[in-house]
Ligand binder design. Structure first.
Ligand code: COA
Length: 171
């Protein structure tokens, strides 16, 4: 498969259902390393997502774009490698929260490299403050009405509360 030149653009892909302070910390740090960072929201619904891809994209825009000027936010579907080709980017950024993330991340990086050998994956260690969180845990805390202020920005917290309010009013 074709070689993608390593430039100074990187893609940070994920589901971001929803984006958390943990993701945002990785986004801010990666944006300092690369000339341009594209946060790429996966639209394929293999996780039965709570937020639509447009909503997930909007929440990232709302919470990150005002502060980071070399950031782009986009959606992608299908193979990550194909998306990387379409934006002429050869670097993937991923966050590592704990040793338990390592095995899966190594597998994903290896598969991407097998598909396109010039792709490099750069791992950033998640800040210990955020290493315990995941989007699923955040959604669970929101569902039982817990305080989200340590985990997500206010816009995300409002969006979660709205979703659960809609859900309970439908029952
Ligand atoms: N802070 C907080 N939470 C974090 C985090 C951080 N720094 N990093 C990861 N997480 C959480 C996420 O919220 C997510 O939680 P959830 O499972 O409860 O939703 C979980 O960790 C896993 O997220 P992430 O590691 O970002 O993976 P993902 O499942 O969101 O996205 C894709 C994976 C989309 C990048 C990957 O599946 C992909 O590239 N798919 C395209 C198809 C493809 O190319 N396949 C071949 C290669 S596998």
């Amino acid at each position: 498969m074709g070689v993608i030149d390593l430039g100074k653009i990187a893609v940070y892909p994920g589901t971001f259902d929803p984006v958390t302070y943990g993701h945002i910390h990785v986004i801010k740090r990666a944006a300092r390393i690369f000339d341009k960072l594209i946060v790429a929201v996966a639209t394929d619904n293999y996780k039965n997502n709570m937020f639509s891809s447009e909503e997930r994209l909007e929440l990232i825009k709302k919470t990150c774009l005002p502060d980071i000027n070399n950031l782009e936010v986009a959606t992608f579907s299908g193979l990550l490698v194909d998306y990387l080709r379409s934006v002429d980017c050869g670097i993937v950024v991923r966050g590592l929260r704990a040793i338990s993330d390592f095995e899966m991340e190594m597998q994903i990086a290896a598969v991407n490299k097998k598909i396109c050998s010039s792709i490099e994956t750069v791992f950033l260690m998640t800040d210990p403050e955020y290493s315990c969180i995941s989007s699923t845990i955040i959604r669970n805390v929101a569902e039982i009405g817990g305080d989200l202020s340590n985990f997500v920005p206010p816009a995300v917290s409002e969006a979660l509360n709205k979703k659960y309010l809609e859900k309970t009013s439908r029952v």
